[in-house]
Design a protein around this ligand. Structure first.
Ligand code: SF4
Length: 285
């Protein structure tokens, strides 16, 4: 299985999202997960077209609503590997509330945000992660707002796996995605995925000399939450990528929920009295 979708991506040539798609497909192949056990759920935005370009089950949902749909899917059938894909506007703007609550529930999803620090699909407006001073169509005199820091936000909300990748570093990103999928609980991977058409500040060339892998420092301990929070605040000449934080001692929601303990809901017997089931079906007919 190569997970190649039936439709070719319609992203602009050179868009960072191509690298993320390739890394996800490679990670799934290397983990040898059967296609019928994977679902890819997205919101709205350039990167949210992702489920159309990968051969898994999938759903392109509403703007900012990918996480609730994915949560429902995971709880109905927690035997599935559920990936959630989207952009910074979708995830940290309109979807910010869902982002917080899915993390604190530790639902076993892998959330991949293609963070290009701009709204690409709507042709270049300031997004929640746009840097201060950046000139866009919606802020022609420069961004006046402080950007969201997705890594520190995820740490503060209790995410049990927090990482950052770079679309141009395929090997590193593929390994991060594999670890995220294997992690039991909510895995969040923020991925620098440059928008080559509308973001002329945070380009591949801008990121390349700045990104530094946490894994290259043997003293870095990804089980140390305080150390991870400190690293998350770095921005400028040095921007860390890699696994910031992981803990494995928190049960996932489906492990903690008594109704789900016997197994995925889709494999459980329907245990409602026959007359109740009949009246329910009659009502639907
Ligand atoms: Fe990628 Fe930007 Fe083009 Fe959207 S507008 S496809 S984010 S390069």
């Amino acid at each position: 299985a190569d997970f190649k979708g039936k439709v070719d991506p319609d992203w602009c040539p050179g868009c960072g999202d191509f690298g993320v798609l390739a890394a996800v497909q490679k990670a799934l192949v290397e983990l040898q997960i059967p296609k019928h056990e994977v679902a890819t759920i997205s919101g709205i935005g350039c990167s949210s077209n992702f489920p159309g370009f990968i051969d898994t089950y999938g759903m392109h949902t509403l703007h900012g609503r990918s996480l609730p749909v994915a949560s429902g899917m995971k709880l109905a059938n927690h035997a599935m590997t559920v990936l959630v894909t989207g952009g910074d506007g979708d995830g940290f703007g309109i979807g910010a509330g869902h982002f917080m609550h899915t993390m604190r529930r530790n639902i076993d999803l892998t959330y991949l945000v293609m963070d290009n620090q701009i709204y690409g699909l709507t042709t270049g407006q300031t997004s929640p992660t746009s840097r201060p001073g950046m000139k866009t169509k919606s802020m022609p005199f420069g961004n006046l707002e402080a950007p969201v820091n997705p890594i520190s936000l995820a740490l503060a909300a209790g995410a049990t796996f927090v990482a950052r990748g770079f679309s141009a570093d395929q090997k590193h990103l593929t390994e991060l995605i594999k670890r995220g999928i294997e992690h039991k609980g909510f895995s969040f991977i923020d991925i620098f995925s440059p928008c080559v058409t509308y973001n002329h500040d945070n380009t591949f060339q801008w990121f390349r000399p700045r990104v530094k892998k946490l894994e290259d420092n043997p003293a870095y301990d990804p089980t140390d939450w305080t150390g991870a929070m400190e690293k998350s605040l770095l921005w400028g000449e040095e921007i860390p990528i890699g696994l910031f934080f992981e803990r494995t001692d928190v049960p996932t929601l489906h492990e903690a929920e008594p109704v789900l303990k016997p197994g995925p809901l889709v494999q459980q017997e329907i245990r409602i009295p026959a007359d109740v089931a009949k009246s329910f079906i009659d009502e639907l007919m």
